[in-house]
Design a protein around this ligand. Sequence first.
Ligand SMILES: [Zn+2]
Length: 177
Amino acid sequence: MPGRVLLIVDMLNDFIRENGSLYCGPSAARIIENVAAVAKEFADNNEPIIFIMDAHEPDDLEFTRFPRHCVKGSSGADIINELASVAVHGKNVEKVTKNRYSGFFKTNLEELLQRFNPDEIHVVGVCTNICVLYTVEELCNRDYKVIVHRDGVASFDDQAHDWALKQMETVLGAVIV
Ligand SMILES: [Zn+2]
């Protein structure tokens, strides 16, 4: 079996919960079960899981474009309860905080991936057309084999979701399953 790593992007209260400050809508709520199932599969096999987590200072400039969300230390920045059991930090579970769309910008993601050295990287989370897309773009720049789970990604914008899946498949060379 190929060495795999699972990236779980922004499955955080502010994006996924209906009362979250940047709620991604019902399509985000619908992927919870699928994401939890994929995460459980990786956890049960003791395969690495990396949580990519938005985490902003209270005055982050991103808030000129989006409502305030995922402020460091707030419950909105926490991983949703449904993933809590796999989010326990251990040898094979890592948490990477970011403050921009790409999971690589000013983070240790590159280093972690070099350590795990996977044959393929599976990606789930939100939003398909923002943090998922810009992180996948960077994975593809690094020639990783990227597998995006169609039922494990979502956006507040269904059209942008469809466009981003197509873009990742046809332009970036990701495999959509
Ligand atoms: Zn953000």
